[in-house]
Design a protein. Structure first.
Length: 267
């Protein structure tokens, strides 16, 4: 088991049929942290208004997080837009889990990080209401393709592959929106006097340095299956966790240590 300093998770989307709870549960069972930050969209209240898909694995994720909190791990929950109703309870505790609107985390290297979900940057990213609607519906279609392609791959003995992430990486408009989002997050951190920002929301895992600001997006557990970890030495590591990486011997996607060059970005 890896004992790391901090784990950052977001966009788990419990209650959604595309939630990859089995992989997340395996990750949680093989890691231990002093602090776990849940950066929004942990529960997908939007999806559950249409159809509740709650598997035993999803329930086990909740129970595992609660157990870790009971055993001394500090668990801080910063709601996102899909679970925004919990924002009304900011400043209170759900059992041993603290609810906050935003957070601040100082790494072992002394880097001060702004923590938020990231939906506040939507207005700076969107191309308009129609394009936002079109993007949401196209993403739902990509998840449909992702779900069925992986069912076929498993039936044939193959391993998980994020078709949705692959297709998004090839769409120029999607890359432009991701760049706008990154710019907005970095600008917010810089204006607020932080050394970096950790967020989620757009389902695009990444670590990079931009304008001297650390930008970390911990991704999601819908198609990318990624988590951001702060190691004991203060370095930040982005892990992809599916069948290919069910042991801690797996290579991380990217690592950002002090003075790490900008090419650490995850495409």
């Amino acid at each position: 088991m890896l004992h790391c300093r901090t784990i950052f998770l977001s966009d788990i989307h419990l209650g959604n049929k595309d939630c990859q709870a089995t992989y997340l549960l395996n990750f949680l069972n093989q890691t231990k942290a002093d602090t776990i930050y849940l950066l929004g969209d942990i529960l997908d209240l939007w999806a559950m208004q249409k159809q509740v898909c709650w598997s035993p694995e999803q329930n086990a994720v909740i129970q595992t997080l609660l157990a870790k909190a009971d055993q001394g791990t500090e668990v801080i929950y910063i709601p996102g837009n899909h679970d925004e109703e919990f924002r009304h309870w900011a400043g209170r505790q759900f059992g041993t889990i603290k609810l906050q609107l935003r957070g601040c985390h100082t790494t072992a290297l002394g880097k001060k990080l702004l923590l938020l979900h990231g939906d506040e940057f939507d207005k700076e990213v969107n191309f308009g209401r129609f394009h936002a609607w079109l993007g949401d519906n196209l993403y739902d279609f990509l998840l449909f393709l992702n779900r069925w392609s992986n069912r076929i791959r498993r039936a044939l003995g193959g391993r998980y592959f994020s078709l949705a992430a692959f297709i998004k990486s090839k769409v120029p408009g999607a890359q432009q929106a991701i760049a706008r989002y990154r710019d907005a997050a970095v600008a917010k951190a810089k204006r607020s006097g932080f050394d970096g920002v950790v967020c989620g929301h757009i389902h695009h895992p990444e670590i990079s340095l931009q304008d001297g600001i650390i930008y970390c997006n911990d991704g999601d557990w819908i198609d990318n299956c990624t988590a951001l970890i702060e190691q004991q030495d203060g370095s930040l590591t982005l892990y992809h966790w599916t069948e290919q990486s069910h042991t801690l011997a797996a290579m991380p996607m990217a690592v950002l240590a002090e003075e790490e060059p900008a090419q650490s970005k995850v495409a």
